[in-house]
Design a protein around this ligand. Structure first.
Ligand code: G6P
Ligand code: MG
Length: 482
């Protein structure tokens, strides 16, 4: 049986690029591999992408690839000695003109000249996700003069945010535009856009994606204060995307950690209501960078995201640069399974009392209603071209596994992110029309997912050829009766 419904996204990096480690991660349950374009070069990303696909195929697994664009993250340049230590009360300067690789105890270069224009006296700047905090005392034409409010270590290329948000960098940089082409070239399944302000930023990303010839689904990373300022802003971004990521690192810095939990729940709820997938990210298993087991607080964080009904939970440094990438995936998988046993994970009140908008959506939701209320049902089969039908199904809480039967590689990989959905390669167009349902059920029987006497709910359309959006039929089949 397929025990886990919540999907695991793990970032690849130096700690997870060898074939041995990657293989263990895939076997341990990696569903989506994240290539972080903020680090590494195109050749490293290409090598990782190829390795993931090769190992996954060898194990009969379907692992999606997600490229994460760096975006306009404002970063400091480098220090002569890689890192400095700042104390409360220290004076420090950010300079547009200072040499890029020669930061010191007093000053460091910045890659984003407009920072000086965008900041005013009294602003608080948060470095390295808020580990170091400074106040702006004075701004000259090319420097910001600051006082350190919270000291700590500061090293090469750390990010800068302003408390309250509002730094006006456009969402797609020249590097992002080049990386969109790389994503097309690597045939990535998902592309995450960093720091989008609004729907227009996502529309621009979509245009560039189309021009590059990619069909990756676009994930909006929700990480600016503006994006969650009100429901209209958030829903606008969600509607313009195929999915969202609760990017808690930068978001927490901009809106403050006190607001973060409520906003996480709201983003997940709104994404699901709009039939979009949602990933919960950042520091979920942070202590596992150096420890083979998570803290109770981390266990609780992952479990609560599962109860919020996120599609996926994500590892960043834990898997990219940590000492225990495989253990981190195992721990996440275990915690997800535990939380999925809780009744709130299996009972759905979603969209009760709401109208449906489409025929295929109605069939998909009818299938879920049946599966959740007819105890003999052990599996749901959705014959799908694009993954749309299982996406709609997976917005409903359930304990019955959903199987996306599709002949397309892109769809087989894409559904790896959808909660509760597994894929089985299947081409109905290659079969006699009157045998399709029976053969589909036999695929589950062959894999021991169902037994004779179990019930299966199956959806399909009248045509088996390229009929995206054509689902209009739900069948309830008893295994062994065909
Ligand atoms: C497959 C089935 C069709 C169905 C379609 C739905 O092609 O054979 O009968 O209409 O999937 O695809 P969708 O992308 O809308 O989920
Ligand atoms: Mg971020």
């Amino acid at each position: 049986m397929i025990p886990r419904r919540t999907k695991i996204v793990a970032t690849l990096g130096p700690a997870s690029s060898s074939p041995e480690v990657l293989e263990k991660m895939i076997v341990a349950g990696l569903d989506v591999a994240r290539l972080n374009f903020s680090h590494g070069n195109p050749e490293e990303h290409r090598a990782r992408a190829e390795l993931v696909r090769e190992i996954a195929a060898r194990h009969g697994r379907f692992v999606a690839l997600l490229g994460d664009l760096q975006g306009p993250k404002i970063r400091i340049a480098k220090f002569t000695d890689k890192r400095i230590e700042l104390k409360e009360g220290d004076r420090f300067r950010f300079s547009v003109t200072h040499p890029r690789d020669a930061g010191n105890q007093e000053v460091v270069g910045i890659d984003y000249p407009d920072l000086v224009k965008d900041c005013t006296v009294g602003d608080e700047l948060l470095l390295d996700d808020g580990r170091v905090v400074m106040r702006v005392d004075n701004a000259t034409a090319d420097e910001l003069h600051c006082t350190v409010l919270i000291g700590g270590p500061l090293s090469d290329n750390k990010g800068i945010n302003r408390r309250g948000g509002g730094l006006t960098a456009p969402a797609l940089t020249n590097k992002d535009k080049a990386d969109i082409k790389l994503a097309a070239d690597l045939q990535l399944d998902y592309l995450a856009v960093s720091f989008p302000r609004d729907a227009a930023d996502m529309e621009l990303a979509r245009r560039l994606r189309d021009e590059a010839g990619s069909d990756a689904w676009l994930i909006a990373k929700i990480e600016r204060a503006e994006a969650v300022a009100d429901d209209e802003a958030l829903d606008g971004l969600i509607r313009a995307s195929d999915g969202v990521m609760v990017a808690r690192g930068d978001l927490g810095v901009e809106i403050g950690d006190a607001e973060l939990v409520g906003i996480q729940k709201k983003i997940i709820l709104h994404a699901r209501r709009h039939n979009k997938v949602v990933i919960t990210a950042t520091q979920m298993m942070e202590s596992m960078i150096h420890s083979p087991m998570p803290t109770r607080a981390e266990v609780s964080d992952v479990a609560n995201a599962v109860l919020d009904y996120t599609d996926a939970v994500m590892l960043s440094a834990e898997s990219a640069a940590g000492e225990y990438p495989v253990e981190a995936i195992k721990a996440m998988a275990r915690v997800c399974c535990g939380a999925e046993k809780h009744p709130t994970s299996t009972k759905s009140g979603h969209r009760l009392g709401q109208q449906f908008e489409r025929c295929d959506e109605s069939a998909a939701l009818a299938a879920m209603y049946t599966a959740n209320h007819f105890p003999g049902v052990k599996a749901i089969i959705a014959l799908t071209e694009s993954g749309y039908t299982p996406l709609i199904m997976s917005r409903i809480r359930s304990s019955v596994p959903i199987f996306a039967f599709s002949p397309h590689r892109e769809t087989q990989a894409r559904v790896a992110l959808f909660r509760g959905v597994q894929t089985i390669p299947f081409d109905p167009a290659a079969l006699p029309a009157d045998k399709v349902s029976q053969m589909a059920v036999e695929e589950l029987l062959k894999r021991n997912i169902v037994q004779p006497g179990d019930w299966v709910v199956l959806t399909k359309g009248d045509s088996y050829h390229d009929s995206t959006g054509g689902t209009n039929t739900m069948k309830i089949l008893r295994v062994g009766d065909q």
